[in-house]
Design a protein around this ligand. Structure first.
Ligand SMILES: *Cc1c(COP(=O)(O)O)cnc(C)c1O
Length: 420
């Protein structure tokens, strides 16, 4: 199946007489004929037992997203933050470190730099354009993974997935990619060597600004028995001595995340949330095409405008990342544009306040056009130094182009320039 078809047909398998639409299984529990059956499920969780870590509606969505990304299995979470957190905790203990590029979503930087540190996990930040030699020098003996973001929010630099995958694999550790902005419609990191993919489904996947969510996708390709990950090859005492890599083969990573972390932390979405997410996924391919088309037109307008200092949109031929985007995102670079308005921080806020169609909100990748000022909003917690490292200027506006008629979006921008 091509990806547009997968959006509609993967996940929920309909048998004779089944409901046509994905059913919402709103139940915390599942009943079984015998005690032995339940005991067997503890050994091999092939059916749902309890909705803190598995539910049939969520399961169908997990299967769909795994298929879209070309992965072996997936696990949904209640937010993108939870997905990023669990993707790391599944591989690291106190005393370990991770290597992450500095051009990440602000919330991820905070999670890695501040909260993981409290848990005893150190994050080594590196420049996304660092040479292989610099990367090698930054690595420590206890570094368990490399983390990057395909299309950084909000700097919009394109991450060189393949190069970082080769670097990680040379060091026998996996590459985790946050693929939120492109979605699997525009980029499938596993095809370029990524081992684990995470998403905030809150953005384009949900697509309608209805609910938060996240997902972790396991490529099924990483060799956890290479000696660096004893938790996969030694018995888990908290799970009656299971050896994940032996019992679960190529889905060991996701099963471990589910049976250890989701079991213990319980940040699992409700069935109703998965149902709504599935609605978004069904139209994802069609929507992404339109977002990209609208955003390219807006980016082209902005790049020639006298009110604008610079525009970042990797789909623009003049963009620093255009060549790389042609490799990783040949069908478009999402609906998100970052631009720096002339007049700095104050003009940026005046422009934002003058917009009439576009809404000011703490969101991105909404179905409707929306704007945000990173320096005073999402990235407020970053120091000036971290702001620069994350590629953010105080006059930068993150403009998330929606699915409206593009002429209306352009008219709104024009009048806001004139009135700010
Ligand atoms: C929004 C976002 C997150 C965090 O997701 P939530 O669903 O808000 O927790 C992580 N990564 C990227 C790239 C994002 O845009």
């Amino acid at each position: 199946m091509k990806i547009e078809t997968k959006c509609l047909h993967e996940g929920y398998e309909r048998k004779n007489g089944d409901p046509g639409a994905l059913p919402i299984v709103q139940s915390t529990t599942y009943v079984f004929d015998s005690t032995q059956h339940i005991a067997d499920l503890f050994d091999m969780p092939t059916e749902c037992m309890y909705s803190r870590f598995a539910n049939p509606t969520v399961d169908a969505v997990e299967k769909k997203i795994a298929a879209l990304e070309g992965g072996a299995a997936a696990m949904c979470t209640t937010s993108g933050q939870a997905a990023s957190l669990l993707s790391v905790l599944n591989l690291c203990n106190a005393g370990d470190s991770i290597l992450a590029v500095s051009s990440l979503y602000g919330g991820t930087i905070n999670l890695f730099a501040v909260s993981l540190k409290k848990l005893g996990i150190k994050c080594i930040f590196v420049d996304p354009e660092a040479t292989d030699e610099e990367l090698q020098n930054a690595l420590e003996p206890n570094t368990k993974l490399v983390f990057g973001e395909t299309l950084a929010n909000p700097a919009l630099n394109v991450f060189d997935i393949e190069r970082f995958a080769n670097f990680a694999h040379k060091n026998k550790i996996p590459l985790i990619i946050d693929n939120t902005f492109p979605t699997p419609i525009l980029c499938r990191p596993i095809e370029f060597g990524a081992d684990i993919v995470v998403h905030s489904t809150t953005k384009y996947m949900d697509g309608h600004a209805l609910q938060g969510g996240g997902v972790i996708v396991d490529s099924g390709k990483f060799d956890w028995t290479n000696g660096n990950f004893p938790e996969f090859t030694e018995p888990d005492e908290s799970y009656h001595g299971v050896v994940y890599s032996e019992t679960f083969g190529n889905i060991a990573y996701i099963i471990k995340a589910r049976m250890q972390l989701m079991r213990d932390f319980g940040c699992y979405p409700a069935a109703n949330s998965a149902f709504l997410l599935n609605l978004g996924l069904e139209t994802l391919a069609v929507r992404m095409e339109r977002y990209c088309k609208n955003a390219l037109a807006v980016a082209e307008f902005l790049q020639n405008n006298e009110n604008v200092e610079s525009v970042s949109y990797p789909g623009l031929k003049s963009d620093k990342y255009y060549e790389r985007a042609q490799k990783y995102l040949p069908n478009g670079t999402s609906g998100v544009i970052s631009f720096v308005i002339k007049g700095g921080r104050e003009r940026a806020t005046r422009f934002m306040d003058a917009l009439k169609l576009a809404s000011r909100e703490v969101h991105v990748a909404d179905i409707r056009t929306c704007v945000l000022h990173p320096a005073s909003m999402t990235h407020r917690q970053l120091t000036d130094e971290q702001l620069v490292a994350a590629g953010i200027n105080a006059g930068m506006i993150r403009f998330s182009v929606g699915l409206e008629n593009v002429d209306d979006i352009l008219d709104d921008i024009k009048q806001a320039f004139a009135n700010s």
